[in-house]
Design a protein around this ligand. Sequence first.
Ligand SMILES: Nc1ncnc2c1ncn2[C@@H]1O[C@H](COP(=O)(O)OP(=O)(O)OP(=O)(O)O)[C@@H](O)[C@H]1O
Ligand SMILES: [Mg+2]
Length: 277
Amino acid sequence: MSYFKVFGLEEEPFSTSPDPAFFYESAEHREALLRLEIAVKLKRGASLLVGDVGTGKTTLARKLFHVFQDRTKYEFSMILDPGFHSELEFLASVSDVFDTKPEAPTIYGYRKAIETYLFQKGVSENKTVILLIDEAQKLNVEAIEVLRTFLNYETNKCKLLQLVLFAQTELLPQVRQIHNFWDRLSLKYILNSLSIKETKEVVGYRLKQAGYRRQVPLFSEDALDMVFHHTEGCPRRIMMLCHNALETLIIKNRLQVDSETMRELITEEARIVHART
Ligand SMILES: Nc1ncnc2c1ncn2[C@@H]1O[C@H](COP(=O)(O)OP(=O)(O)OP(=O)(O)O)[C@@H](O)[C@H]1O
Ligand SMILES: [Mg+2]
């Protein structure tokens, strides 16, 4: 249902898919992107970005992919769901995203094929090879050990693999225990939630991107304050709450999301959470 057309919008403003066109550059997201970009361009090896659920990690991953689109300079591969059960399974997946063909589908075969690939791309073709792993909290200890050995491939000047791990915060204490991997992380970044100002801006930005041009703001100032306090600046929660707010406007035949609409929604959400527990 194109509910958004009722408000003069051309697109769905609060979709929860990580669409780069709807990316709002908060101070946090901007700094994270820049730091990651620098670490990769300087070929520093491994970077880790952690953040709570819904803070925008996958969205940032897509942005980073756009930054390194130039195929003459970069080979950018992504693993989005690294919940592998064995070293062999993990190696097969890395080999697959690198599009390498092992002589035999064994641990040794995959390792050799990946090593050859890294030297071929990094040394012979002078390219930067980037492997981004999202949801890296799902990596098991064996997979982390495999990644550590990949980071050992280097020339006199630089690492041949630029590894970028995006993970929920729970990975942090786990990785900290693996000292020889932890020490290899040249960048560790914690992605924080949005401030109240940024929460208001992201809502405005999303509406503008979706084509909202009317004079009357679709969300009152009070309602936006409530969005921040209820979501604590978590982007996914902001998107969901604002989406629900627009739906409520349609159902109740209202023109603006005000504090009353927000209060109703928040009470209803609390009721559902309460019913579940
Ligand atoms: N900078 C941003 N600008 C606009 N929208 C954003 C931004 N960051 C995140 N979002 C929105 O928030 C939602 C959640 O983002 P995303 O899926 O990237 O979070 P995540 O950190 O990967 O979550 P999870 O921990 O569950 O994997 C998406 O709808 C996304 O569009
Ligand atoms: Mg994600």
